[in-house]
Structure formats: structure tokens, C-alpha cells
Design a protein around this ligand. Sequence first.
Ligand code: NDP
Ligand code: 13P
Length: 376
Amino acid sequence: MSRAAARVPVRPRVTVLGAGSWGTTFSKVLADGGSDVTLWARRPELAKEIREAKRNSDYLPGVNLPLAITATADITAALKDAQFVFVSVPSQSLRQNLEQIREIIPADIPVISLMKGVEKGTGLRMSEVLESVLEIDRNRIAVASGPNLALEIAKEQPTAAVVSSTNLETAEAVAKIATNRYFRSFVNTDVIGTEFGGVLKNLIAVAIGIVDGVGYGENTKASIITRGLVEMTDFAVAYGGHPETLSGLAGLGDLIATSGSSLSRNNTAGRLLGQGYSFADVVKSMQQTAEGLASVAPVLELAAAKGVDMPICRQVSEVLAGTLDPKDIAPHLTTDDDSGPQGERTLDARQDHGGAALRRSLKRAFDQLRNRGRSS
Ligand SMILES: NC(=O)C1=CN([C@@H]2O[C@H](COP(=O)(O)OP(=O)(O)OC[C@H]3O[C@@H](n4cnc5c(N)ncnc54)[C@H](OP(=O)(O)O)[C@@H]3O)[C@@H](O)[C@H]2O)C=CC1
Ligand SMILES: O=C(CO)COP(=O)(O)O
């Protein structure tokens, strides 16, 4: 993206697509940071409530929205004059939503994914779907991710996130408008690690929900969270992400928030499964989007393609399929006999350490220090 496009206007005009819990909360973050926000809701009655009552009682009961947010169900009007566009619809509906805006989205402005899923069938990350459907330069695209449970943020409880773009200038411009007194956006250029962190923590949070529902305690959960982080890191690194990103807000930070909170829809879905409800019943009872349920299959396909062992995600998918009794879930106990799709015997499956990726990054850091010592 050009330097001119990365400059942040004094009072930016921002459009947010998707008026669910996160799209609405993020609109508040942006408005409280000094932007004028137009929120697109697909239902006219919800747009009317947000516009006129400054409320979204379906998704954020009791929360007053800032005056700087308006809303419309007319997507063309929503996008008119936008200087930034944030997208927050369920991942599996992104492609179909983008088809209707590809001709009308203003040229040369940053487009930011707030979503945490991968597309079924293609295995694409959300930024990849944005790039391919909108046919825009990836330097215009950013993603935002972190420990961001919507309702806590809507109540202005302080937290942080990462805005990531292959172009640091884009990330910085977006982070600047996505920062206010209770929300701080950091930046990085590791889009792959940042996006996969958000996707994978959902699957680990489903696993934690399952063991919660079964009634297992803190040891089981701590083991799964710790081994889950290894699984997340090895997967992301196999696809080109940086291990450091997975130890940051978009990885460990979000894993802790999502695994520990009853506000999490993924965690809630897992808990219902652990209590014995079927996948179909859980889907029926969920009022909101639990991305992990849809992402588990594409994630396992991507893992198999790179030979990454993901015992936790595998057992989650078995519980979803009804082929594993939730009370038998103990992915951290799997032996190396069932350690991977190809039955690989890796040290990682048997030893407790930070995983292959983390070990490699420590070795790299150590080698750099040693080389520096030699040259001085
Ligand atoms: N909630 C959170 O705490 C966080 C969520 N996220 C991510 O944000 C994304 C959006 O989730 P979230 O806002 O929580 O979800 P919600 O379930 O709260 O809201 C979903 C929104 O998407 C709309 N929607 C549903 N289906 C479609 C469709 N086919 N086309 C267009 N719009 C549709 C809904 O409209 P309607 O009301 O008309 O059904 C609603 O506005 C997810 O990827 C999630 O992982 C990221 C960080 C935090
Ligand atoms: O992504 C989130 C917190 O960072 C929200 O998690 P859930 O989708 O599980 O509610």
C-alpha cells in the first residue's frame, strides 16, 4: 500500500461489516478511539435499534453504544466514503458476503479481518479469502486478534490485541485507530501466526470446555492448555508463522482468555458436549457463533498436509463426531503409538518441552548470541 493510504485521517470514517457481538464491540472500540463508525447489520430492525437507541440488545444487552456509531442494513450506503473497512461476519459466510461488496468497496483502503476461523473446503485463512475474493494487494489487508471477549470489552474492561499486516505501515495505521483508553493494539507482520493463533485457540477452548463439562479439574485443563500451545505453535510454524507470535497476545493470551471464560462460545459449546449433548443439539442451542466447531475439520486437513500431530484437535473432532466418549478425552496422555496421522514417532510426542518450533527458535537465538560473541 502507498504511504498516502497508510496515513490516518484526523477523524477517520470507518465501516464495520457484521453487527454481532464482536462487530458491535469493535465499533465501540473504534468510536471511543475517535472514529466515526458505520456498522452494517444484515437485519434492518437491528440496524434501526443501533442507529436510534444506540443499543444492540440481541448481542450486547445493557451496553450503551457511543453516539459516533451509526448503523444501516444497506451495504452500499455502509461502504460509501469508508476509509477503513473491518469485517466481522462468521467465517463460513465471509466469501458469500464479500461477493456482494467486491464491486463497491472503495479502492486503496485497508481491509481488516476481525474473524477467527478457516474456510471449510479451501482451508484458507480469512485474510486469504479477503485477498482472493476482493482481488486486493495483501499489503492493504490486516487482521486483528487477541484476548478479546466481546462483552468484557463492551464494558470497557482493559485489554490488548495485535494488528498484523504484511505491511507494517498498514498495521500501524489500523492499530492507531483501534486504540483507546481501555483497548491497546500492538502490531506485527506475522499474519499467518496471528491468524492461526486465533483459529487454534478456539479448538483448544472446545477441548477445555469438554473436560469442564465432564467434571475434570485443573490438572487436566492445565495439561491441555500447555500441550495445546505446543500444538498451536507447531501447526502455525509449519505454515510459516513465527513461534514468538504464538507466545504473544494472539496465541497464549487468547488461549488463556478463551479457555478460562464462560463468556467464550467455544468453551460453552465444549462444556455442553462434555455434559453429554450431541453435536447437533449443541449447534441448535448456540445463539452465537462458535468458530471452533466449523474450523476443526479444515485445521486437521491442513495439519495432515504438513504432517503436524494435533492430538487435542483430533480428539475434539472425535467427540464432535460422536466416536469418542467425552469422558475418555485425554489427548495429553496419548502415546506415541497414536501420535499422528502417519503414526510418526517424533520426540515431540513423548517429551515435555515447548515443541519443535519453540526449540528451534531457542536454538536460533542461542546461535545468534554465540555468533555475536565470536565476532566481538
Ligand atoms: N464475540 C467475541 O468475543 C469475538 C469474536 N471474534 C470473531 O468475530 C467473528 C464474528 O463473531 P461474533 O460477532 O462474535 O458472532 P455473533 O454470533 O455474535 O454475530 C454474528 C453476526 O454475523 C451475522 N451473520 C450471521 N450469519 C451471517 C451471514 N451468513 N451473512 C452475514 N452475516 C451473518 C449475524 O447477523 P444476525 O444477527 O442477523 O444473525 C451477526 O451480526 C467470528 O469469527 C469470531 O470468532 C473475535 C474476537 C472476539
Ligand atoms: O475470540 C474470542 C476471545 O478472544 C471469543 O471467543 P469465543 O468465540 O469462544 O467466544
